[in-house]
Design a protein around this ligand. Sequence first.
Ligand code: SAM
Length: 283
Amino acid sequence: MTSPSLTLIPDYIGPSTWWQHVPIAHWLMCEVKPQRVVELGTHYGVSFFAFCEAAAAYSKSSFLYAVDTWEGDSQAGHYEQDVFEKVQLHANRNHRLRSRLIRSTFDEAAQYFDDQSIDLLHIDGLHTYDAVKHDYETWLPKLKDDSIILFHDINVRERDFGVWKFWQELKANHASHEIANGHGLGVLIRGDRLPETIEKLPEVLPVLKSKGVLLEMLAERSSEGSFEKRLSQEEVNHLIAQNEVLRQESANNQAQLKNILNSRTWRYTKRLLSVLPDRFKRM
Ligand SMILES: C[S@@+](CC[C@H](N)C(=O)[O-])C[C@H]1O[C@@H](n2cnc3c(N)ncnc32)[C@H](O)[C@@H]1O
């Protein structure tokens, strides 16, 4: 099965572990056309703008919400205000008609959505077992009976990541598709009245996965240029640290030299050298 979404080239580039799944977001927006999409956990916006860009191309009546404190968490790390500003600027310039950023906790944001109103929910916040279960249970009433939930990181089996475990429980009782590559993406299908194309996902997955791997490689390369400011700041910090080490070493060397020059041994050696014939001085 072919899909126009296979030709979509991402415009927005940012750091993320989501790149291998970007073609799946494109495909879902193109083939299933969910009207109301909510993302829990956006950070730099790679997954969110993948949905937005595909909506712009193939599903113009879709509207997308991104919920995040934009402060980070214990797994994503804590980050500065500039991340939110970058995402906000890009959303305002490119997706003003179809998107809204909600800067709050997931729990606070849930009250602003009607029950049975969401077609596609992407859960990508804190990935401990308890956190992902909590996010799922909090937002479940907000989903339409026929809807899709995406879970990121279902295949990370280290540190305190627990989505893989929660996913095992869910998939035992739901129709689902499982994408193991990248950090793993679970596609949970609720109800039986979604557009039939969703059943075609397994057919097209091999090509979506390959495209995802290529996009990840390209994103890694172009981030070297696109994140110039961030990288050069890191470089500057590194240089400042290195400079401090050198300054300290040089101060130590000067102090040692001063001690040597002031030492009695050096004064005698100097006097001795001055009386030696020239040929000994050269030795
Ligand atoms: C893994 S990152 C999201 C990655 C993103 N989807 C991408 O494409 O790269 C997780 C984000 O969830 C946010 N987050 C975690 N728990 C949260 C909570 N309870 N409420 C709001 N934001 C939260 C963090 O601030 C962080 O930016």
